[in-house]
Design a protein around this ligand. Sequence first.
Ligand code: TPP
Length: 587
Amino acid sequence: MQLMSGNEAIARGAWEAGATIGVAYPGTPSTETMESFATYEGVYAEWCTNEKVAVEVGVGASAAGARVLSTMKHVGVNVAADPLFTAAYTGVNGGFVILAADDPGMYSSQNEQDSHYYAMASHIPVLDPADAAEALAFTRSAYELSERFDVPFMIRSTVRVSHTKTPVEVGERIDYTPKEYEKDASKWVMMPAFAKPRRKVQLKRIQELQQWAEECPFNVVHMKGTQRGVICCGAVYQHVVEALPDASVFKLGLTWPLPKAALEKFSAAVEEVYVIEEGSEYLTVQVASLGIALNEFPCDLPRDGELSPGLIKRAFGIEVPAHIESPDDVPGRPPALCAGCPHRLVFKELSRIKAIVTGDIGCYTLGTLPPLSAMDTCLDMGASISMSHGFELALAGREHRPVVAVIGDSTFGHSGLSSLITTVYNHGAGTVCILDNRTTAMTGRQGNPFNGVTLQNRTSRELDLLGVIKALGVENVCQIDPHDAKAVREALRVATKDQSDELSVIVFKAPCVLLHRERKPYYFVNADCRSCGVCTTLGCPALSKDVESGLASIDPVMCIGCGQCAQYCSFSAIEQIPASSAKGGAR
Ligand SMILES: Cc1ncc(C[n+]2csc(CCOP(=O)(O)OP(=O)(O)O)c2C)c(N)n1
């Protein structure tokens, strides 16, 4: 017995099932799954540039006979949707399992999506584990099922299952012999002549899956009485059992397709039937569409965010003892760019020139928050460059503030590159800032094509970012040290001076502070401080000002000695402590 998170258990299940290939792009809450899979003996695992590429590599490896795991967060499924829908036509050779990790409550996402809809729309069966033990068992079985039904299987988890550790019974790795690849255009070449008959294969498969759903061992009924019956899945099951101990529960492990007859039987056995689900209406609508009459909740059940036992109790008008509710007066702790973050000064300067900043997704999205307040938009990965092109198109011929796109290195590789090609190809203008902090910081410092670090530390090559941009035909390209305030200011001034007819790209290159965790002697505020407050407009968590006097101060424990703030003090009031007097070496 071991304690594992859902993510670790999915990796283990794949390994036990004999999977040898892992392909992914990081994204919370899925990331640790591939990181964990990569540590097992006898597997090859890699980060791909994006989720679409990952699924395509996965389909290739499956066609060639290997068992494959691909993992992504819910919005990653949007990116992967193109190959996903057609992979549900081609089917598989070696079993193919795709993890879609949803984030109800948006702890680390730009939206709340329910991946069930993708499973339903693409006709890919989906399994919903409720804890780590099920995550392992479902994933392990999914490989056999994928081969039996000739279709990829989806494992859908939510943040609560992905990140919660629960006891798991681990097993041995099976001795899986990869299948032979056989050329078969009618299965693998999805052009109309072959896709049409393949669609019929898919429809027949759906019927077979529907029949199998009725006997699927992952759907479990716990009868407690005949009054109240609840249909649910995944982490919500745990909340339901805690909130409604007397309810009978139909716990769905297979959430597409649904077991119609079994659900009808359950509904007939109880007086009232409810579907309880998180941040979605997928299950409610699907169960209702089977002709099952659902009861209204006596009180409201939230349709957004994560559920909790307390919220479920409330929906049934059950009093919730105060001790199980989180107090409302817990102070908020908004995230901030780290002390010493190389992104900070770029935002400080963009904010100073009042640029229209089309942003992207990464640590640097925090440049939106006060006091930097520099970012105007954030939509999806890669959108910064395409949106700035849109701004430029719409603002052409009108007086306007400079338009600047800001994107990270990993996000540029993910999808920014194709956006930049569109802008160059169409003679777009504006300025693109690529914040190359040598890593994919936001999701835990994974490798990417521009730092050349691979998931299993295999030999790789670091793509030449400046070379790639120049090769696209952008002539106005430069590289700047983002810790140098004057250089950042000047580069932005030049780039945004006359944006009407030329596209410029600035690469701000300096490693993320969390990469090497190098601390230099800290800075402190001396007696020359005039309370002007400029240094605190940088939003460094190590810097604060006294509410009454307005005097600035630096927390020596948080300060890592980057010296960004000292460059903004006109009174030389920010000084670095001499290395000799810093306690404990550099401190
Ligand atoms: C389609 C999609 N896939 C994955 C993610 C998760 N994610 C958010 S930001 C990010 C990468 C950030 O790296 P980078 O652009 O280098 O910026 P940094 O965080 O290093 O500043 C990832 C993988 C996402 N939001 N959307």
